[in-house]
Design a protein around this ligand. Sequence first.
Ligand SMILES: [Zn+2]
Length: 89
Amino acid sequence: MIQPPFDLKKIKPGEFKYFSRRLLTNKEGEETGSIIVWKRGGDDDHSYAMECPYCQEEGKGTVDLKKRPYRVRCPNCNRSIALKKLKDT
Ligand SMILES: [Zn+2]
């Protein structure tokens, strides 16, 4: 399970507008990866940190959550990974 690039214990209440962590499945439906998506107050974009379910490499960047289905492209293997059932927190 991928860890966020910040200390969850040091987050102040209200600092994050959005935070979601979920498992990612590969082609065979196995949960071999995970992703964290978050947005801080004042940020324009959602950021993510991901362990790719296909190549197991970790990557991070920003993701556009305005259009469904939400997709993130792995910077290492270039596969497009769909994020299902993301919910606002
Ligand atoms: Zn990959």
